[in-house]
Ligand binder design. Sequence first.
Ligand SMILES: [Zn+2]
Length: 80
Amino acid sequence: MSEHGYCPNCGNNFDGDLIFDTFMERYEGDEEKALESASYYGATKTKGRWGHKIALYDMEKDMTTRWKCPDCEYVWDRTT
Ligand SMILES: [Zn+2]
């Protein structure tokens, strides 16, 4: 199951590393600190991954309106 979805064009899976793992590395294995930082991203020990897809920001609407695939450069509208 992919948290960040797949590219509608090439099928690339956008899930990256676990956010928790990244902070475990940064804090050299300090689980308490890692969990605290991960929680700011809504992540837990086993859930919450970095996403690979690129957000295209609309300055006028002040929100992300489209996504771009870093692999095939396909662009599509944000639906949610
Ligand atoms: Zn793609």
